[in-house]
Design a protein around this ligand. Structure first.
Ligand code: ADP
Ligand code: ADP
Length: 222
């Protein structure tokens, strides 16, 4: 059952061809990594799936619908956290909800559930600057999940944390994924990370951004 359908997508920035005729099909519930050297078009591809950028040609469908349709929920996690520094952990997670200002029991319970899911209970009232890198990225994941996204898109989310923390976050992410059963597209330049996490690794190359191969990963996760 196909969840994300990318057909013959090309995208240029001025003189740079970032994506050239990229086609990719991602089944529902798959954890898919996209790997390739810096500048090969990974972020451009992710932004096209998120509907943040329009491709010059080709089509991107999520759940059969063009991503330009409003109301299509995508959870996005960024390398540099992109948290609101003036909001607490609770406030940042709450911001992902449909009604961020709502303090009804259901919304409060949802925020608490998300904070528990990423292991930040006790840090509800902390501000981002009081948190470690790993903790900040957990807030970013909780906020992305708050929209109850149809798909989860992650752009080098663990590039800014140390190796030990990254290993722990990998295990936590796979735990969360096992619970939510979401389709995940995880962009990284680190082939080890891609192989560790994913069901399938999509390898992109430069000159210009194209999919070179897709490798199914058939092994036990840690
Ligand atoms: P990756 O994520 O794999 O590092 P990107 O998708 O960020 O690659 O970039 C692909 C190519 O497009 C690179 O050559 C990059 O310099 C170029 N590019 C990306 N964004 C822009 C932009 N906003 N303006 C001009 N060139 C861009
Ligand atoms: P991580 O980034 O994965 O949380 P750390 O080694 O930075 O890993 O932190 C380990 C644990 O120490 C955290 O899960 C948290 O419970 C606690 N901790 C980390 N940073 C702080 C902080 N700034 N204030 C309070 N507790 C912290």
């Amino acid at each position: 059952d196909e969840k994300i359908s990318i057909r013959n997508v090309s995208k240029a920035y001025k003189s740079t061809q970032a994506l050239e005729d990229v086609s990719l099909s991602i089944p529902d519930g798959e954890f898919c990594s996209v790997v390739g050297p810096s500048g090969c078009g990974k972020t451009t591809l992710l932004r096209a799936i998120a509907g943040l950028d329009d491709p010059d040609s080709g089509s991107v469908l999520v759940g059969g619908d063009p991503v330009t349709d409003p109301g299509l929920d995508r959870g996005m996690v960024f390398q540099e956290y992109a948290l609101f520094p003036w909001r607490t952990v609770r406030g940042n997670v709450r911001f992902g909800l449909d009604r961020p200002a709502c303090e009804c029991a259901d919304c409060e319970a949802r925020v608490r559930e998300l904070i528990d899911l990423v292991g930040l209970e006790g840090f509800e009232d902390a501000y981002p600057k009081e948190l470690s890198g790993g903790m900040k990225q957990r807030v970013g994941i909780a906020r992305a999940l708050a929209v109850d996204p149809e798909i989860l898109l992650m752009d080098e989310p663990f590039a800014s944390v140390d190796a030990r923390t990254r290993d722990r976050l990998h295990a936590e992410l796979l735990d969360i994924w096992a619970q939510t059963q979401q389709t995940v597209v995880f962009v990284t330049h680190d082939i080890d990370e891609a192989v560790t996490l994913a069901d399938r690794v999509v390898v992109m190359g430069t000159d210009p951004g194209t999919v070179q191969s897709t490798i199914p990963i058939d092994m036990e996760r840690p």
